[in-house]
Design a protein around this ligand. Structure first.
Ligand code: ZN
Length: 555
């Protein structure tokens, strides 16, 4: 149709794997008419060790376009697709939110924790929905969490198949297999662009069914004399359920550890996704009464997160549960790219306690990826037979590999768009081309708040962690004269006792810089000069740049 065009805008989820959030914008006669938002997830930054918990997508681009947002759709209940919603829901102008049942249950709970009472619309797979000039139908899909969906989005410009996180699981342990007939029907109708998960693009063959994991749990449990411990994402309900079923079979009591794990499993139990006979479920403080060989612990913290329940076990900080010889720990999830070193150091800590640790490098089939391998990806391409491709949910490595797969199937390489965050694609007249980039930045969230952790704060934390800190306390009288000589306090920099000479130099420098010069001093300027000169001095003498704080007290 004339005068219509679509712009696809990834606000996250490309290159970085996590923090998924995508916009479809429909323009008519050059003016923006409707926006459809898919997913709103958190991401995991490299700066974790500096106290940043996660990052959320930057939605400032949408600031003046809120009134065009017709719907926000969540594709499944994983945190990297849903958990930024509580932070953005109001800022997005409270759009109607749609999701499958389990996704809605998890997300409503998350929203409630943030004081937002929202009823999410649970989608009906038989229905088609109109959101402005978008017509959307939902397709049941399989992944490592039940109730995952794909979308078929019809627009006046062409049809889009939006296919995030998936694998084609013909024998899902719970729920239904993918709705292949709907996918092929979409292909028959014509797909202008396929947006596909690409995280598994480097792995050959078909992904194993999620069911294989259940068998592995049983095999491993049979061989385990001590405590059986399984860790995965707390939202991987299918995996957790299979572990619980194995535990019941081997008469092991089940304990959930970690706040998110307890929370999610409670919701899943209440809503029929995780049936556990009451006599099998015990609390953390009951563990002591039960022989290790009769225990199955399901623990949060598989990504090596600092302060997680698993880290506490590894560091001996759990007062009720100790790890030791005979215990077995299974990591039933791969590290998210970027988290590898944290995960491996956690694995080493657990091994030092004498436990046997099984993770993906050494244990085959102990977890089947939730993301389709090459053949899964090829099936989706063949079924939908699109004109253009946008790989999503993977790093540049996965995107490139996906492009190769596409080329292997006989499509041209330049039908694949390898996008970075904020890079956009226009669609019109059956053509597609790169559009202008939308500027985005990382918004850091830590325990204390959203977005107040800027680059300056991160830099300070880095300095604190690696270079230490020096505080200078200056006491002035009302005339701007130093009353006593400046006091220097340092932490993690150098020992004051051993570096008396350096401290003397520093105090002399401060005294010189604070000498009254006949006119009133601008205290902020004095502070800045002191910091600059102290930085130079410490760097010259010690080769280090501690964080310097100057505290001025006027009495
Ligand atoms: Zn997922």
């Amino acid at each position: 149709m004339k005068n219509y065009k679509i712009r696809f805008v990834p606000l996250g989820g490309v290159v970085g794997v996590t923090k998924n959030m995508y916009l479809y914008e429909l323009y008519q006669n050059e003016s923006l008419k409707d926006i459809l938002i898919i997913d709103c997830g958190i991401g995991f930054p490299q700066e974790k060790e500096l106290g940043v918990d996660f990052v959320i997508p930057d939605i400032s681009y949408l600031e003046d376009k809120k009134d065009k947002i017709r719907a926000l759709i969540l594709t499944h209940g994983h945190e990297d697709h849903t958990s930024a919603l509580p932070f953005h829901y109001h800022a997005l102008g409270q759009p109607p939110v749609f999701a499958s049942r389990l996704t809605a249950i998890f997300s409503e709970n998350k929203l409630k924790e943030h004081g937002i009472a929202l009823k999410i619309n649970q989608v009906n797979y038989q229905k088609t929905y109109r959101f402005g000039d978008f017509t959307v139908s939902f397709i049941k899909m399989t992944h490592s969490i039940p109730d995952t969906l794909h979308l078929f989005i019809k627009t006046p410009v062409g049809n889009f198949y939006h296919g995030p996180d998936f694998k084609l699981d013909l024998t899902p342990p719970y729920g239904q297999p993918p709705e292949f007939e709907k996918i092929t029907a979409a292909g028959k109708e014509g797909v202008l662009c396929l947006l596909s998960d690409c995280l598994g693009a480097e792995r050959e063959g078909l992904t194993l069914s999620e069911k294989i994991v259940g068998k592995t749990f049983e095999d491993e449990m049979r061989k385990t004399k001590g405590q059986f411990i399984m860790t995965t994402f707390s939202s991987n309900i299918s995996r957790i359920r299979q572990c619980v079923e194995a535990a019941i079979k081997f008469n092991r009591k089940v304990v959930f550890l970690g706040r998110s794990m307890k929370e999610n499993t409670k919701l899943a139990m209440e809503n029929g996704y995780l049936p556990i006979p009451y006599e099998f479920l015990i609390k953390e403080d009951e563990v002591k009464r039960i022989p290790p060989g009769k225990l199955c612990l399901i623990v949060a913290g598989s990504q090596g997160q600092y302060d997680s329940a698993l880290s506490k076990l590894a560091n001996g900080q759990n007062p009720n549960i100790k790890i030791g010889q005979g215990d077995k720990i299974i990591f039933s999830s791969d590290p998210i790219p970027g988290n590898e070193s944290d995960v491996y150091s956690l694995i080493e800590d657990l091994m030092e306690k004498g436990a046997e640790v099984i993770y993906s490098e050494i244990g085959e089939q102990l977890h089947s990826s939730g993301h389709g391998n090459q053949e899964d990806l090829k099936f989706l391409i063949r079924f939908t037979n699109p004109r253009f491709f946008i790989p999503i949910g993977g790093t540049i490595r996965h995107q490139k590999q996906y492009q190769k797969i596409v080329a292997d199937l006989g499509f041209t390489k330049n039908s694949v768009f390898l996008l970075k965050e904020g890079e956009t694609v226009w669609f019109l007249n059956q053509k597609a081309f790169l559009g202008e980039k939308v500027e985005t930045k990382n918004i850091y969230v830590d325990a204390y708040g959203v977005g107040d952790v800027g680059n300056v704060v991160l830099r300070d934390r880095k300095a604190l962690a690696t270079e230490g800190m020096v505080i200078a306390v200056l006491i002035f009288d009302s005339q701007g004269q130093l009353i006593t000589s400046p006091k220097l306090i340092s932490r993690g920099f150098v020992f004051e006792k051993e570096e008396k000479g350096l401290y003397k130099k520093a105090t002399n420098l401060i005294e010189k810089l604070t000498k009254p010069r006949g006119q009133p001093q601008n205290l902020n300027e004095v502070k800045r000069t002191i910091i600059n000169q102290l930085e130079d001095l410490f760097y010259k003498e010690k080769g280090r740049r501690p964080l310097i704080v100057v505290e001025v007290i006027t009495i």
